[in-house]
Design a protein around this ligand. Structure first.
Ligand SMILES: CC(C)(COP(=O)(O)OP(=O)(O)OC[C@H]1O[C@@H](n2cnc3c(N)ncnc32)[C@H](O)[C@@H]1OP(=O)(O)O)[C@@H](O)C(=O)NCCC(=O)NCCS
Length: 208
């Protein structure tokens, strides 16, 4: 396992030169006393692969990308890609740890896509559902995206039948923009996709 990275609480810095942004992307976010978000790191590949492999059914029912993670090497490649995107400032996010245990991941991507909403994605394993972990992590990530990365809008897309994911969007104050019929293939069939958004002006930082 990698050694501890420098930590900082989720707080508004408003503007950072690009080199400091890169450094910030590689720091752990202390979400609260129970939950941390540690930047994607290829050294976590084995731990992630084990978690994904033992929770495959739960995860792959809604996130088709897990179907492409069949070996440890697949996970290494995926994490290397995400590490690069972290350094380039295109995404923020990483491994969710709950009471010191790896339980999932969350990220906001598309931060350098001018004029496009950034996209929020998240997953946790089934046994730790129902504790607000995903909501708490996403709140910290959104705050970072709006307060420090200059994001103007964040989007969540969830199959209409994914009630737990839609509840996260609702809890975070996202607005349902609409439903795209049969727009998402997962689990061997097409799903209607609920698209939610949140704009920076409507965001209230948890830091006050
Ligand atoms: C989507 C997913 C992350 C939601 O997980 P979740 O546990 O329902 O969401 P949270 O971790 O935010 O927990 C919310 C629950 O904790 C409760 N809770 C407890 N403390 C809380 C707190 N401090 N803040 C918010 N909610 C809290 C909420 O009331 C809610 O309870 P409920 O399950 O009885 O409604 C999870 O189901 C998952 O990973 N699914 C598979 C992958 C997936 O679908 N990803 C999204 C693709 S679009």
């Amino acid at each position: 396992m990698p050694g501890p990275l420098p930590c900082r609480a989720a707080k508004a810095l408003h503007w950072l030169p690009s080199c400091r942004q890169e450094a910030a992307a590689l720091e752990t976010i202390l979400v609260d006393e129970e939950v941390t978000l540690r930047p994607f790191d290829v050294r976590d590949a084995a731990a992630f692969f084990e978690l994904i492999d033992s929770n495959r059914e739960h995860l792959a029912q809604w996130i088709p990308a897990f179907g492409f993670v069949q070996t440890l090497e697949d996970e290494r490649v995926a994490l290397r890609g995400m590490q690069t995107q972290l350094r380039e400032g295109d995404i923020i996010g990483g491994a969710i740890e709950y009471l010191g245990h790896l339980v999932g991941a969350a990220s906001i991507s598309g931060l350098r896509s001018e004029g496009q909403p950034a996209a929020l994605g998240y997953w946790i394993i089934e046994p730790v559902q129902g504790r607000g972990i995903a909501t708490r992590v996403c709140r910290a990530l959104i705050d970072e995206a709006f307060s420090e990365r200059g994001a103007k809008q964040v989007e969540i897309s969830a199959p209409t039948q994914n009630a737990r994911s839609r509840a996260v969007a609702d809890r975070l104050g996202f607005t349902l923009d609409g439903v795209r019929p049969q727009a998402f293939r997962c689990g061997g069939r097409m799903h209607d996709l609920a698209v939610y958004s949140l704009i920076a002006a409507d965001w209230t930082s948890p830091a006050g």
